[in-house]
Design a protein around this ligand. Structure first.
Ligand SMILES: [Mg+2]
Length: 330
């Protein structure tokens, strides 16, 4: 039985470019996929790759999808196309009714925001924005570091920690942009802050070093008390498996939209019970719904705040649309 596959590219602009250690991110580009079976049932999926995490390009995903036509299920999706694996598998799950209603309901209100990590901009504007995020109900906040000189960023952090209530948890994300000496400097600051709680505490330092410096990061986990999370190191399920086998027992940040097969991700989670934080890849409602459904299946019960505080970051009204409405708009 053939499954019809249609693809529509999208492009959306950040309200303000997102500054990371990889430079500014201005446009989010991806694909929406729609599957239709012979019964007329529809399933939506999304390809939302991130190039600096090693995902395939939008053009590669598009070429693969266009080459499928009917009967795409008869061919396995290559591991080189992890964002496409996520899109097609989750579109099929949507088609068979496994997505809608299976994700935790996260409306944009302050009660729900307590379960979601709020995102803070890099640089000194963090001091202005952080209280606004708390007013929106967030209790966990994530700040990008490694963008400005470390001495400035550490000064802003120390001010921030004093300004915020001690129920606040901060995640510092370096996107692999620190040197070993800078990572040591940051971890020493975090340990000092956490040892003398005057206000907010540091939950973890995320991906201090590039993925090829795994051994150094593993060693840092033994020398400092502040937890370290891997993100860029574990973009895909095979990379999660690899870091687990090499002894990583710290936090893993998982972006389901770029991790590859949702079934394989779930199998990894159930087999090892790792410390997981699920995170967005700045996908639309289509990928977000599927990613949250996976997060709910992989870590039932209380989980660390979800890294999905990405609504309102784009210069459009797409966050208010259903998958079908968004599809029709493209
Ligand atoms: Mg990160």
């Amino acid at each position: 039985m053939g499954v019809e596959l249609a693809v529509r590219p999208y492009r959306r602009r950040f309200v303000q470019p997102l500054h990371t250690a990889h430079g500014p991110w201005v446009w989010r580009e991806g694909l929406l996929i729609r599957l239709k079976d012979s019964l007329g049932r529809l399933g939506y999926g999304e390809v939302a790759p991130i190039s600096w995490f090693g995902s395939e390009s939008v053009a590669e995903a598009l070429a693969f999808c266009r080459a499928q036509g009917d009967g795409w299920r008869s061919r396995p999706i290559p591991d080189e196309l992890p964002a496409t694996q996520f899109a097609l598998e989750s579109a099929l799950a949507d088609l068979t009714g496994e997505i809608a209603g299976k994700e935790p309901a996260i409306p944009a209100d302050s009660f729900a925001n307590a379960a979601i990590c709020g995102l803070l901009p890099a640089g000194p504007s963090v001091l202005e924005i952080a209280p606004q995020r708390l007013a929106q109900g967030h209790r966990t906040l994530k700040w990008k570091i490694g963008v400005h000189p470390a001495t400035d960023e550490i000064r802003w952090l120390e001010q921030l920690v004093k300004d915020l209530p001690n129920s606040t948890r901060l995640r510092l994300d370096a996107n692999g942009g620190l040197s070993l000496a800078q990572a040591e400097q940051w971890l020493a600051v975090c340990d000092r802050i956490n040892a003398h709680p005057q206000g907010a505490a540091i939950q973890y330092l995320e991906q201090p070093l590039p993925p090829d410096q795994f051994d150094q990061m593993l060693e840092l986990t033994q020398r400092y008390k502040t937890a370290i999370a891997l993100d860029e190191s574990v973009a895909t399920v095979p990379e999660l498996e690899g870091c687990w086998q090499r002894g990583w027992r710290g936090v893993f940040v998982v972006k389901p939209a770029i991790a590859g097969s949702p079934q394989q991700l779930e199998a990894f989670c159930h087999k090892h019970r790792p410390r997981l934080v699920f995170s967005s890849a700045f996908e639309t409602v289509v990928g977000r719904r599927a990613a949250l459904a996976i997060a709910a299946r992989c870590s039932p019960g209380p989980a660390p705040a979800l890294g999905f505080g990405t609504q309102g970051w784009f210069d459009d009204d797409w966050d208010t649309l259903t998958p079908a409405e968004l599809w029709d708009k493209l």
